[in-house]
Structures are given as structure tokens and as C-alpha cells.
Design a binder for this molecule. Structure first.
Ligand SMILES: Cc1ncc(C[n+]2csc(CCOP(=O)(O)OP(=O)(O)O)c2C)c(N)n1
Ligand SMILES: [Mg+2]
Length: 504
């Protein structure tokens, strides 16, 4: 634990068991480490993702043996896609107990393999510090990855060796030669380039007539008025292909070639035109910001003018409750520098369109498509940035994967407002059902996407875990409740009861 702290790892999201008791006890001797208890491992891994995306440095997770790690895998998957640095500590049975195949024995490496850039099974207590330091260095390699240390229980209760200190990660590089693209080329920006200077570079490219897009699954995007907001590549393949139509050159900056989320019968997976030449200015593990700076200089682009949308206006409170009016209300009431965690799923596009008019915020989107990340990512973001308001925009179905997050929000007093988009359905699957050409819903299959029976009561769920909650059924109730939540500090939940979905 002292190695973690000496290397700048100050938070550990954990759910311990018998094999991790010594690590837990060490919290009393190393007060610089903040232990955060989560009541399900998917909250730990998602929180470490949110923390790393905002703090740009790793948190640790501590999980119990193979099953504990397995419970955390879905959000580790999202973190891997976000390229978030995380140091994942997993307890193992004591060395001499392992051979007996006790109930909790499992292939921890196999579970870890799917999400980790590097896995080390600790060989001796003596090597603990040095090994942990090497793994932290691995986790911090640009832009970030998951490094897993499997720790046999007996090495936790033996005398450990010296404290290690992780060396600084080598700075990322980029290939310093201008790709051969013509006027009107397209750019897809991802990774770190959708923040800070990157958006200014993007604005200069756009002002010079290049078509600039944002990778829709980048880990963190700065949004809101006052800076250039490149359009994200949209979700469904047809409209996404239309966005990229006509491009002869496509330049990737910390982004991969554009592909759709899913494949459908008779629709493309690859989204750029077939005759479009693709150039990599910076790969996903290279320094896109440096590459853009060099390119901008070479092209001599100094003009960064762009059109800023009008500031959001609060919709009239007696208007209808629609995704547009909800988005407008959030945009008008969101305080400066808020952090938005998005897991709205089908409710997302109209709300996000309104948010371009909001004050400046950081946006943490879905990266790996595994639902159940919204609230956990909010937990981690709030711990990384305690002075900023965190707003989790959460689908009702997705919210049921990791609702235990609410308990951690309450216990840690985190300044997080969770808005549940309660359409009482896996609404996106109505749309996907049609697109995949499946036969449509009969009464049996409809039950697989209808979550209204029994009716979920998020107010009670939330209050049961210590987070004060209210329900909005009209726009005026939502405006009042959201405004109040923005002015107070501390965790709140608003269950937003949406009108029944119109199934076209
Ligand atoms: C771990 C995981 N399980 C299942 C899915 C498939 N899936 C995608 S969206 C979704 C339902 C989302 O429902 P909700 O959050 O209510 O959003 P809505 O569709 O109503 O907008 C499901 C089950 C997934 N993406 N990830
Ligand atoms: Mg829903």
C-alpha cells in the first residue's frame, strides 16, 4: 500500500474478502490511502474508470479472488476501451492452500486476461513493492491501461520487501510527417484530443475547411459553449455513412477507423466511403495533441473562428415533458464545469443536442457499450473532482445493473445528481428489433424488453440506500427538482417518469 501511495495512487475502490484482510487492515496504518467501499465489484471497476478519466492517473481496485474480479469485468471492459489507467489488485488463496481446489479457487489469470495489458501473479512477499511499482508504471503508459496484480494471501501476511516507486511513464510520441491529404479532408479526433488545446486545433482545422468529427466513444470530451464542439459520429450506420460521405481522405488522431456499434443485415460495418484514403496522424497510444500542434503549424492555420450556439433558455414550465424540453432544462440549469456521465441510451440524442448550449462541462460517454457504467463512473469522477458538480444521466434499465453505486454516493457524501430516464422499457431494443430484421415483438418476447412489470420505484430504491430522491412527472416538477439539486451539495436522485414510449 505504501508503494501505491508513493507512486501517486491515493484511492482504492474495494470489495474485500478473507484473502484481502491484511490489505484492509493496512488502511489504518497508511492514512494517505482512501479506501472506498462499493457493494458490488462492477461499482469498483466503473468508479476506477470514472476516476482515471477525470484525474488522468490510476486509482486502485481491490477485489476478492476470481469471482470478485469476474463481477467487475464488464466495467473493466468499458475502462479498457476508454484506455483508463487502473491498477487492479486481486486477492488469491494463500500459496499452500491453492493446491486443494477450495470453493473459491478459480483461474484468476483467465478472468484478468480479457481486460488487462499486463498481469503479474506475485511470486514472493519480498517482491511486492517492486512488482506493484512496475505495474503502476505499466498502467500509466499513455494513455492508460489496466494492470493486474494477483496477491496470494500469505504474501500479505508475510514481511514485505522495500517500498517501490513507479518510474514516470515514457512520454508518448508520434510520427512527425504530414500525411498526404487534400483540401476538404476529414479528421476524426479521439483520446485526449477532445479536450483543451485539442479542441482549439480542431477549430482551426474546421475554419480552414476540413471536416472535423469526434470519436463517439472517446473517454472524455469537453463540451458546452465557448469552444468548438465537433459533431460526434452518430450511432446508426446509415446516418454515420451520410456524415462521412464524399470524403477522399480521412485523418485519424488518437482514433481508429470508423465502424458502427453493431452489424446489421444489408448495412455496412465500416463507415468511411470505400474509396476514402485513411491516414493515421497519431495512433490511439500516441500523442495526438503533439501531432496536431505540429500539423497546424505546418499548415499555417492560425484562425480558430467557429459559431457558438445561443445560450440555453429555460423552457416554459407549463410545456410538455419531452426529451427536448428536458435537455433544454438541463442545459439551462447546469453549472459551469459540471461533469456529465451519459448512459441515457435511447434518450440520449435529443438531450445531448440541447447540451451544446450549456455552460462548459466535461462529458464522459459510453466507451465499451457494456451498460451499468453511468452511476459508477459518476462515483469515480466525483472522488477525482470533489469541487465539481457531477450529473449522471441514466437509463432505467441500465440503472438497474449497478444501483449499489447510490449507497457509495451517500456514504462518501458525493456531490452527484442522478437523473433516471424512466421510460420503463429497454427502449433501444424496440429500435434494434426492427433494424435487425427480426420478426418484431409478440406478447412473450415483448416481456423481454418491458421493465414496467413490476413497476420499478427508483425513489424508494434510492432512499433505501441513503440518497434523497424525488419523482418528476411534469416538466415544471423536473425544472424545480433539477434546479434545487444543482444549488444543493450532496447526492440526489430524480426519477424522471417519461410519457409511455411511442412505438413507431
Ligand atoms: C452488459 C450489457 N448487457 C446488456 C446489454 C444490451 N443492452 C443494451 S441497451 C439495453 C437496455 C437499456 O435500457 P435503458 O437503460 O432503460 O435505456 P433505453 O433503451 O430505455 O433508452 C440493453 C439490455 C448491454 N449493452 N450490456
Ligand atoms: Mg429504459
Amino acid at each position: 500500500m505504501r508503494t501505491l501511495v508513493a507512486s501517486g495512487v491515493e484511492v482504492c475502490f474495494m470489495n474485500p474478502g478473507t484473502s484481502e484482510m491484511h490489505f484492509v487492515a493496512a488502511l489504518d496504518r497508511v492514512p494517505e490511502m482512501r479506501g472506498v467501499l462499493c457493494l458490488f465489484e462492477g461499482v469498483c471497476s466503473g468508479a476506477a474508470d470514472g476516476y482515471g478519466r477525470m484525474a488522468r492517473k490510476p486509482a486502485a481496485t481491490l477485489l476478492h479472488l476470481g469471482p470478485g474480479l469476474a463481477n467487475g469485468l464488464a466495467n473493466f471492459h468499458n475502462a479498457r476501451k476508454a484506455r483508463t489507467p487502473i491498477i487492479s489488485l486481486v486477492g488469491q488463496h494463500s500459496t499452500k492452500h491453492l493446491e486443494y481446489d477450495a470453493p473459491l479457487t478459480s483461474d484468476i489469470e483467465a478472468f484478468a486476461q480479457t481486460v488487462s495489458a499486463k498481469i503479474v501473479h506475485l511470486e514472493s512477499a519480498e517482491a511486492m513493492g517492486e512488482t506493484a511499482a512496475a505495474l503502476i508504471a505499466e498502467a500509466r503508459r499513455y494513455p492508460g491501461r489496466i494492470a493486474t496484480l494477483i496477491i496470494p494471501a500469505d504474501f500479505s501476511w508475510s514481511e514485505s520487501g522495500p517500498i517501490g516507486v513507479a518510474p514516470a511513464a515514457p512520454p508518448p510520441g508520434f510520427v512527425d510527417s504530414k500525411p498526404d491529404f487534400g483540401a476538404g479532408a476529414g479528421f476524426i479526433l479521439g483520446g485526449r484530443t477532445l479536450t483543451g488545446k485539442g479542441l482549439e486545433f480542431a477549430a482551426r482545422l474546421a475554419a480552414a475547411g476540413y471536416r472535423v468529427f469526434a470519436d463517439r466513444n472517446a473517454s472524455r470530451v469537453e463540451g458546452g459553449r465557448g469552444r468548438f464542439q465537433p459533431p460526434r459520429i452518430v450511432y446508426f450506420p446509415g446516418p454515420a455513412q451520410a456524415q462521412l460521405a464524399g470524403l477522399k481522405d480521412l485523418v485519424l488522431v488518437e482514433a481508429k477507423p470508423p465502424v458502427s456499434f453493431f452489424g446489421y443485415p444489408d448495412e455496412a460495418s465500416y463507415l468511411a466511403p470505400a474509396d476514402c484514403r485513411v491516414h493515421t496522424l497519431a495512433g490511439v497510444e500516441e500523442d495526438g495533441m503533439g501531432a496536431l500542434a505540429a500539423l497546424i503549424e505546418e499548415l499555417g492555420l492560425s484562425e480558430a473562428s467557429f459559431e457558438d450556439p445561443e445560450p440555453a433558455a429555460l423552457p416554459t414550465a407549463d410545456g410538455p415533458l419531452t426529451l427536448d424540453s428536458i435537455g433544454a432544462a438541463i442545459a439551462a440549469l447546469l453549472p459551469e464545469k459540471a461533469i456529465l456521465c451519459d448512459e441515457m441510451v435511447s434518450s440520449g440524442p435529443p438531450v445531448l443536442a440541447q447540451l451544446t448550449r450549456a455552460a462548459q462541462f466535461d462529458y464522459l460517454p459510453v466507451t465499451g457499450g457494456s451498460i451499468g457504467q453511468g452511476m459508477p463512473v459518476g462515483v469515480g469522477a466525483a472522488i477525482a473532482c470533489p469541487d465539481r458538480k457531477v450529473v449522471v444521466l441514466e437509463g432505467d434499465g441500465s440503472g438497474m445493473y449497478t444501483p449499489q453505486s447510490l449507497w457509495t454516493m451517500a456514504r462518501e457524501g458525493l456531490d452527484i445528481v442522478t437523473v433516471i430516464f424512466a421510460n420503463r422499457r429497454y427502449r433501444i431494443l424496440d429500435i434494434e428489433m426492427r433494424r435487425t430484421g427480426a420478426s418484431g415483438f409478440g406478447s412473450q418476447s415483448n416481456d423481454m424488453v418491458d421493465i414496467a412489470r413490476p413497476d420499478l420505484d427508483f425513489v424508494k430504491l434510492s432512499e433505501g440506500m441513503g440518497v434523497p430522491a424525488t419523482r418528476s412527472t411534469t416538466l415544471s416538477e423536473f425544472i424545480d427538482q433539477f434546479r434545487a439539486a444543482m444549488l444543493e451539495k450532496g447526492p440526489r436522485l430524480i426519477e424522471l417518469r417519461l410519457p409511455p414510449p411511442q412505438i413507431e
